[in-house]
Design a protein around this ligand. Structure first.
Ligand SMILES: [Zn+2]
Length: 205
């Protein structure tokens, strides 16, 4: 019996849509006063984009280099797709970069995000900032390359999540999807050889 036959895996994409204005969570801002260098730039951008998201219901995606110098940003369309094609063209192939963008409703890094991160060698780190959390993936010297294109990668990964959920008796309801997604990120990070960290923001102001 396949208990996941009717599970709405596609619902994972729905999870990344911005909630209506009256349902948007007010983001916690990080205290940047004791931070220096690239950490400070990252925290400042994180604060800026979650406030931007709260006001406008859109995502904003920044690229900075590993010294904290800003390359530029793009704002998403209504479907929360950030077209980073032009930004990618501006990156120096021999340098490393950090990509930072916001998510709504404390949704972690998406499969599409993981794909972008793994596919582009010079994206050293990807940081997703939500209302209460900071999710970070970081390459190591063990990070594998992927041969798939985006569609195949997402399809294969969703199938894999289904198998995983079944094995551990997790029902893929909308209520559980966020948790399943986090576990999927952990497993992907082990399989593809990168680090995955979650930080809860301090409400210290
Ligand atoms: Zn994303």
């Amino acid at each position: 019996m396949d208990i996941f036959k009717n599970a709405d895996i596609v619902g994972m994409d729905i999870l990344t849509q911005a909630p209506p204005k009256e349902k948007r969570l007010k983001p916690i801002l990080v205290d940047v006063s004791n931070l220096k260098g690239v950490d400070r730039v990252v925290a400042e951008i994180g604060n800026e984009i979650v406030e931007f998201g709260y006001k406008n219901g859109l995502e904003k995606c920044y690229f900075i280099d590993t010294n904290g110098r800003k390359v530029g940003y793009v704002v998403s369309d209504e479907n929360l797709e950030c077209n980073i094609t032009n930004l990618l063209k501006r990156l120096d192939k021999n340098k490393k970069y950090i990509q930072i963008h916001n998510h709504f409703d404390d949704v972690t890094i998406s499969l599409n995000d993981v794909y972008t991160f793994v596919k582009h060698k010079n994206i050293e780190k990807m940081i997703v900032v939500s209302e209460k959390f900071i999710y970070e993936i970081k390459k190591t010297n063990k990070t594998k390359k992927i041969k798939y294109n985006r569609d195949v990668f997402v399809r294969v990964t969703k199938k894999f999540i289904k198998i995983f959920a079944k094995k551990y008796g997790i029902i893929l309801s909308r209520k559980n999807l966020k948790k399943v997604y986090i576990v999927a990120n952990y497993i992907l990070s082990k399989r593809l050889g990168y680090e995955f960290n979650i930080t809860r923001k301090n409400n210290n102001r």
